[in-house]
Design a protein around this ligand. Structure first.
Ligand code: HXC
Length: 257
């Protein structure tokens, strides 16, 4: 594993996965996501593990999908790359997953945190779906999960302006479980994971499945719809302009084409 660190038994029955591309603010490239999928599959099959924590570092949980990897892609490249089958497998992990978030959780980073079952945040955490600023839109569940978590008006504002939400606001809006001082966020995640790990793994599995079921019957359809629109963004000049501008460190000029 090059971009993640896995400690299968960081504490009793609790495994820790740390995203580990710190220089790139843990930007989620295809390799990292593949490694994450494989690690989760292994931990799901490991009978000693009863709860999983995914974390980044103090500065960033993850600043989104890797823009540099996507910048030159066409809609059909994106379709053929089929990165969302990886996300689908992560979503199907049977054991409870807690995201321990500090710093940036943006774009795919925010979507990854929302794909987890619970979120513990440090007071420095910032949540956002800033894809609109680079000429695209959320593609890994953002429009669906954020809306379900915080409601239409707030989600719409975040998705259409790209503005970030502080950890305090995210707690108020019900996006996350709680906020703690930065030196305690991982500890707090371990505390929660430890509590869950003392419960029946069978009941925990079935309970997780059932809570998710409350909205997932409609989620498949929503994700399918979102995905088509995400791919379609890659047919626009604005996507090329937005992503190139990011890579070249300049302001984008969007033309609506
Ligand atoms: C690739 C990224 C990146 C990203 C940061 N970096 N985010 N590289 N993809 N998403 C890189 C920068 O290029 C830079 O590398 C290094 O990480 C540090 O970032 P800086 O910008 O210098 O840091 P700072 O000024 O502190 O700004 C932090 C930031 C900013 C506000 C988080 O980096 C930012 O706006 N990042 C992009 C956020 C975003 O748009 N995310 C959504 C992506 S699309 P170099 O080598 O240049 O110094 C997406 C779609 C998901 O997620 C759906 C499909 C899965």
């Amino acid at each position: 594993m090059e971009f993640i660190l896995v400690t299968p038994q960081a504490r009793t029955h609790v495994a820790l996965i740390q995203l580990n591309r710190p220089k790139e603010l843990n930007a989620l490239n295809l390799q990292l996501m593949g490694e994450l999928r494989d690690a989760l599959k292994e931990l799901d099959e490991n009978e000693e593990v009863r709860a999983i924590i995914i974390t980044g570092n103090e500065r960033a949980f993850a600043a989104g999908a890797d823009i540099k990897q996507m910048a030159g892609k066409t809609a059909i490249d994106m379709l053929n790359m089929d990165q969302f089958s990886t996300w689908d497998q992560i979503r199907k992990t049977k054991k409870p997953i807690i995201a321990a978030v500090s710093g940036f959780a943006l774009g795919g980073g925010c979507e990854l945190a929302m794909t987890c079952d619970m979120i513990i945040a440090s007071e420095t955490a910032m949540f956002g779906q800033p894809e609109i600023k680079i000429g695209v839109m959320p593609g890994a569940g953002g429009t669906q999960r954020l809306t379900k978590a915080i409601g239409k008006a707030k989600a719409m504002e975040m998705v259409l302006t790209g503005k970030f939400m502080t950890a305090d606001e995210a707690e108020k809006q019900g996006l996350i479980n709680r906020v703690v001082p930065v030196e305690l966020y991982l500890e707090e995640a371990f505390k929660l994971a430890g509590e869950i790990a003392q419960m029946s793994p069978v009941a925990a599995r079935l309970a997780k499945e059932s809570v998710n079921r409350s909205f997932e019957t409609q989620l498949d359809e929503g994700l399918h719809f979102e995905r088509k629109n995400f791919y379609l963004c890659f047919a626009s000049e604005d996507q090329t302009e937005g992503m190139n501008a990011f890579v070249e460190k300049r302001k984008p000029e969007f033309k609506g084409r």
